[in-house]
Design a protein around this ligand. Sequence first.
Ligand SMILES: [Zn+2]
Length: 138
Amino acid sequence: MHEWSLAEAVVETAIDFAKKKQLTKLTKIKIRVGELQQIEEDIFRYALSEILKLKGDFVKDTEIEIEEEEVVLKCRICGHVWTGKEIFNILGEDDKEAIHFLPEVAHTYTKCPSCGSTDFEIIKGRGLYIDSITGDKS
Ligand SMILES: [Zn+2]
């Protein structure tokens, strides 16, 4: 049920930020979710709307936008940077699912397209963060 704690954290952070900016209303929260983040988007959206309901007029009409962030990998040996699309293109559908649900598995399935090394880091596409917050000021 980590969707609920993530949703709670997003809402709290967004409200804090909006209040610091002296907004009178929070109209939109844009969230980016990495392709490798294990999250059930339906549950997450539901959790967000339920938590927002408890927060009063300030967030009464808050729109939620969720954007998926592509995976970007960087080779530690040669510095080559490549994207998740290149991984997924060489995989079958089943393997793609496996990577979606188990980010750790990515290392088993992909290697640097430039030098063949399996020593790489995930520089984008995991985790979840608030991309932007929009509100009214009056
Ligand atoms: Zn490399």
